[in-house]
Write a protein that binds this ligand. Structure first.
Ligand code: F0G
Length: 414
């Protein structure tokens, strides 16, 4: 199908320019990843921010979907940017914000991209929406497929997806297939077999329309900070679509002349699944895949990220960096964010806070930092142990008051 007027899909490797969506959304010349490019970035600040309260679709002037097309939407985007108030000491940051993407319709940032990719897939006549996933992509895709009246089929790595995410896919009505391998195996099988079959539309972040939706986070952050660009934008990196998308959003603000500054992009990976971190610090443009990635943060348990090339470019162009954190640091950071700020995120989404507890002190004083909390904590409860039977029993009111006093003694802050 023809790319929306004023836009093309360009190969990031051989630079072929497509006026039609190629089969499977990969470059039909060299197999490279595509990027949606607007022919003219002439949108003014007023035009971009004129509308309020419509989430992702309020930024349609910078989305490659024509006005006449009715979006498949669940009112995604428009998530809160929460200023932290109690963890300044631990993170050595007094000017730290959390963009709470867990408040999206299916409780992760994936909804921003899915609304655009599914709208496009419906427009181009796809019958079945498909993806491989560590959980959130499949939950989100299943919801948007349901909304669009399309079938959803997903491939998941067996035993490696948080149960809350699987429950979502089941309830939304997706058909589930598993592989005994890793997420990387699942994505590879999917891309090799499905690419180019016209009844299937691939909804992983190799689909450039996904990244178009996800880039809107940059526009929102800029607006929510009172039309300011943060010094650092910190986020977890798995398959590497989101860092590429958000960087594209900030670059487009600059291309339009709306801003002259861009943030430094700081990616965070888990120690046991850090191919991009390794390539970055080696100074290489290509990753060496990690064969058997391991981390408690199952969302980013990825050894061969599909968008690593885009991500490495984002990191270099923005003069950013990519850090690694241990599972212990991830769990501690999730607890810190929940117990001190009231923000409950899934393990992957705690990696930026974990990284700041390590390097916050090395950043310039009073840096304006935005961490992206990519997914809601309720999705992934496997790593939290709650034993209700081991809690004390209140036999009557007197005992209750006694227990409450005893248990909270020392916890009361002025
Ligand atoms: N945070 C969460 C909660 C995620 O689910 C993911 C990716 C990421 C961060 C990393 O984003 O892949 O764009 O670098 N989850 C994918 C999935 C892989 O299948 O749900 P990325």
């Amino acid at each position: 199908m023809k790319v929306t007027a004023g836009w093309t899909l360009n190969c990031i490797d051989c630079e072929t320019v497509f006026e039609q969506d190629p089969p499977g959304y990969f470059c039909s010349n060299c197999g490279g990843l595509l990027e949606a490019v607007k022919k003219e970035y002439t949108v003014s600040r007023n035009e971009l921010f004129a509308k309020s309260g419509e989430g992702v679709w309020r930024f349609r002037v910078l989305l490659p979907i024509v006005q006449e097309v009715s979006p498949v939407s669940l009112l995604e985007g428009g998530t809160p940017l929460v200023r932290t108030r109690n963890i300044g000491k631990e993170t050595s940051s007094g000017n730290l914000y959390v963009k709470n993407e867990g408040q999206n319709p299916t409780a992760s940032f994936k909804d921003r991209g899915m609304t655009v990719a599914v709208t496009r897939a419906v427009q181009s006549g796809a019958r079945v929406l498909v993806c491989a996933s560590t959980g959130n992509t499949s939950a989100s895709m299943s919801a948007y497929a349901a909304r669009a009246g399309k079938a959803a089929a997903i491939i998941l790595p067996s035993g490696k997806v948080a149960s809350g995410k699987m429950v979502q896919a089941v309830v939304y009505g997706a058909k589930i297939v598993r592989t005994e391998g890793t997420f990387d195996d699942a994505l590879e099988i999917l891309l090799q077999s499905i690419s180019g079959l016209p009844e299937f539309a691939i909804m992983n972040s190799v689909n450039p329309y996904r990244l178009e939706g996800q880039k809107t986070l940059a526009f929102e952050v800029y607006e929510q900070l009172g039309f300011m660009v943060p010094d650092y934008l910190v986020l977890p990196v798995g398959n590497a679509g989101n860092i590429s998308a958000i960087w594209k959003g900030f670059k487009e603000l600059r291309l339009c002349g709306i801003t002259d500054k861009v943030p430094r992009m700081v990616g965070v990976q888990a120690e046991g699944a850090a191919p991009i971190a390794k390539a970055f610090w080696r100074g290489s443009d290509a990753i060496t895949p990690v064969q058997n990635p391991q981390t408690v943060a199952s969302a980013i348990r990825i050894g061969n990220p599909a968008s690593s090339k885009k991500a490495l470019a984002a990191l270099r162009e923005s003069q950013g960096m990519v850090l690694t954190v241990s599972d212990e640091q991830i769990i501690a950071a999730r607890k810190l964010l929940a117990s001190r700020e009231g923000l409950f995120v899934e393990p992957a989404s705690a990696t930026p806070i974990a990284a700041l507890t390590e390097i916050g002190a090395k950043l310039e004083r009073d840096s304006l930092i935005v961490c992206v909390a990519t997914g809601n904590g309720l999705k992934d409860q496997e790593s939290i142990h709650v034993d209700i039977d081991s809690t004390p029993v209140a036999s009557d009111g007197k005992k209750l008051v006694e227990l409450f006093r005893e248990l909270t003694y020392g916890q009361i802050r002025a």
